[in-house]
Design a protein around this ligand. Structure first.
Ligand SMILES: [Zn+2]
Length: 352
């Protein structure tokens, strides 16, 4: 299929647009993907009235957000891979140390000691994840924030947002969640290892396999038939997708608050994936307005942590989402979500 390369030169505004010293990578979209973007946004398939200035503005902001997060996603992938690689090396070296100790003492494998060593390492690894991600999270928020400032004629210093409480809360929770997921998988592996009497080389091989799946994806369920839980996910991609959307929208929400704007509007994700609409659950939220900083709600359900929401897709089928990660104050609503917040003021309303 013929591929087009979109030049982001005039979409992403200098002086940002990527980590210092690194040029912006091109993002190539197929002809169909471009047609999808244009149909959705420029021709106003989703916006209700194509002639309204707010809808044109909304389309532009949302399209720019989509492109920007796709560009930054690559940086997020790189950081996540580096961290997984560092974790893998350390966990393997702790395993080898334990093997050596067991050999010298002519003892059997002490799985409890391995568990203790791994968990002690993970306690500190969370902070390494957080530190490694802060530059890319900030870079994306700066890019998105500067573009929003320009679009709406605002001058707020975007970097000031990082001193606000939400930023620390967000980055700590992110790192905690990554480590908790790793910890739970390792714990499950060790339990099986002990029960089935794995050797250290077997554990080594399986640990490496686990990290390969987390870092690169693409392995099959058969390759994980020894793993008691579900097939491990391609976590690098999931992290990069979710966190680019989460960081950019949390930043935007804080920025709108700093501008003194009271309302924001949910703009549903773009219809550019080959498999069709990426944001099925978000269809119900598209065009809904919420106070800046507020918890998202729909059909009378507040999306607080632990809440359960039943929704219908465009074909009328019912689905359920449980919000077990955090109280939802913005996109992403689900894995693969590509939605964005657009500021809304009465004077930008459809009647204009
Ligand atoms: Zn979405």
């Amino acid at each position: 299929m013929k591929r087009y390369v979109i030049d982001y030169g005039d979409i992403i505004t200098p002086p940002y647009g990527g980590p210092p010293g690194k040029p912006l990578p091109d993002v190539d979209l197929t002809e169909d993907e471009i047609a999808g973007v244009v149909e959705d946004l420029v021709l106003g398939k989703k916006p209700k009235k194509t002639d309204s200035p707010f809808n044109t503005l909304k389309a532009r902001v949302s399209m720019r957000h989509d492109m920007l997060t796709r560009v930054w996603e690559r940086q997020f992938v790189n950081v996540a891979r580096d961290r997984f690689e560092a974790d893998k090396r350390k966990l393997l070296s702790l395993l080898r140390a334990q093997q050596k100790a067991a050999k010298e003492a002519k003892a059997t494998i002490d799985w409890q000691a391995i568990y203790a060593g791994w968990m002690t390492y993970l306690d500190g690894a969370g902070n390494e994840w957080r530190k490694a991600f802060i530059p890319v999270i900030k870079g994306l928020i700066l890019d998105h924030g500067e573009a929003l400032n320009l679009e709406f004629g605002m001058t707020f210093e975007v970097a000031n947002l990082f001193a606000q409480e939400w930023f620390d809360t967000y980055t700590f929770r992110f790192a905690e969640d990554v480590i908790a997921t790793t910890g739970a998988a390792l714990q499950s592996m060790l339990k099986t290892a002990q029960a089935e009497g794995w050797s250290i080389p077997v554990m080594q091989k399986r640990l490496e396999l686990m990290f390969t799946q987390w870092m690169e994806g693409g392995l099959t369920a058969e390759e994980f038939d020894w793993f008691e839980e579900r097939m491990p996910k391609y976590r690098t991609e999931m992290i990069a997708r979710s966190e680019t959307i989460r960081a950019s929208n949390k930043g935007a929400d804080a920025l709108y608050g700093a501008w003194g704007v009271e309302w924001k509007e949910w703009v549903s994700g773009l219809d550019v994936e080959p498999e069709g609409r990426t944001c099925v659950p978000c269809f119900a939220l598209n065009g809904k307005r919420f106070p800046v900083g507020a918890v998202v709600s729909c059909d009378g359900v507040e999306f607080t942590k632990g809440a359960i929401w039943n929704f219908q897709d465009e074909e009328g089928k019912t689905h359920t989402i449980k919000f077990d990660y955090e109280t939802v104050t913005g996109p992403p609503l689900h894995p693969q979500c590509r939605c964005s917040w657009v500021p809304w003021m009465e004077r930008w309303g459809e009647s204009q």
